[in-house]
Design a protein around this ligand. Structure first.
Ligand SMILES: [Zn+2]
Length: 75
């Protein structure tokens, strides 16, 4: 219960960058390579890198701005 007021969190307080994503090419699991900062999480605008365990493809993603998805959920 220590959600700080100095940084963004989503509604669940989860990190904005998932540990794994689904590989767009092969449907395998791509694992996060980028280490989080001192807060243990990634921040909007950060570049995060994933590598697929199946096809070894690399995926560079930018962490989305907070609320970009959740804030517009009702339209
Ligand atoms: Zn893949």
């Amino acid at each position: 219960m220590t959600v700080g007021d100095d940084g963004p969190t989503d509604a669940a307080g989860a990190p904005l960058a998932a540990d794994t994503i689904t590989c767009i090419d092969c449907g395998g699991i791509a694992h996060l390579l980028t280490r989080p900062d001192d807060t243990g999480r990634h921040w909007p605008g950060d570049l995060v890198v994933y590598r697929c365990e199946d096809c070894l493809d690399r995926w560079d993603l930018i962490v989305p701005e907070e609320g970009d998805a959740d804030g517009r959920a009702d339209w």
